[in-house]
Design a protein around this ligand. Structure first.
Ligand code: KIV
Length: 272
């Protein structure tokens, strides 16, 4: 599926679903669940690599995970969900050439067909324009942008009138320069709803209310794989608890079983 197909989905009133994956096991599950897009999110920095933010993950690591995600998808290209990969921190903030090389490497060496990057400051706008001119489709990301955690924290964004106006202008700009979709994270639902009605490109919400063209979730959050989820990502099942219980039962069973002595006790020896 071409990234621009998502715009057609919006025109047809078809809701868009995006789930994250980081390896072939999770991408196969996400595809079987019917998601339109598999996002190799840089949140894997926390979920898989155990970091406390998305900042440390490298381009090489993102590529490694995106390649694995591609291998987990069905062999039928026609049915495969679109793979979008996050450009990691410092792969696009240092200028256009570096960004083209980073995004180009992801598209060249994996099955990703688009990249996502955060923000809409003038430097980022120039980078996105250049990527799109070079044939690299871009998904925007505004609101809570985790790569700016040291500036914004993890709290809800665009609470004031001024910030809302800024965000709306940035979203309009991202559409004008050719982004094929836009993620809005942790912002007031009325702003996300207004932008969904205003923009022609699909608005994909996470913690931005239900009135968006689509929704994106971190699969590990939905599955309850971690012991802590953000307030806007309630788990559908408590997989972590279920796994711990199942594995605990197995460990106990095996431990009880191995209590049968393998060498004869001193009493058994004296019986001879
Ligand atoms: O990295 C990620 O998982 C993301 C989603 C939260 C949208 O960017």
């Amino acid at each position: 599926m071409l990234p621009k197909e998502l715009i057609r989905f919006k025109e047809q009133g078809r809701h868009i679903t995006i789930l994250t994956a980081w390896d072939s096991l999770s991408s196969a599950i996400v595809e079987a669940a019917g998601a339109d897009v598999v996002l190799v999110g840089d949140s894997l920095s926390m979920f898989i690599h155990g970091h406390s933010t998305t900042l440390p993950v490298t381009l090489q690591q993102m590529l490694h995970h995106t390649q694995a995600v591609g291998r987990g998808l069905s062999s039928s290209k026609q049915k495969q969900p679109l793979i979008v990969c996050d450009l990691p921190f410092l792969s696009y903030q240092c200028g256009e050439d570096k960004a083209v090389a980073a995004a180009g490497t992801l598209l060249k060496e994996s099955s990703a067909a688009a990249v996502k990057l955060e923000g809409a400051e003038p430097e980022v706008i120039s980078v996105i324009e250049r990527l799109i001119r070079m044939g690299i489709p871009v998904m925007g990301h505004l609101g809570l942008t985790p790569q700016s955690v040291h500036k914004l924290g993890y709290q809800k964004q665009a609470e004031s009138q001024l910030e809302q106006e800024k965000l709306i202008n940035q979203a309009l700009k991202l559409e004008a320069i050719g982004c094929f979709s836009l993620v809005l994270e942790h912002i007031p639902s009325k702003v996300a709803s207004k932008l969904s009605r205003t923009l022609k490109i699909p608005v994909i919400g996470i913690g931005a209310g239900e009135d968006c063209d689509g929704q994106v979730r971190v699969t590990a959050d939905l599955l309850g794989l971690t012991d802590k989820q953000p307030p806007f990502a309630k788990p559908l099942i408590q997989t972590r608890e279920l796994c711990i219980k199942a594995l605990k039962d197995w460990v106990n069973q095996k431990n009880n079983h191995s209590k049968i002595p393998t060498t004869p006790t001193s009493e058994q020896v004296s019986d001879y």
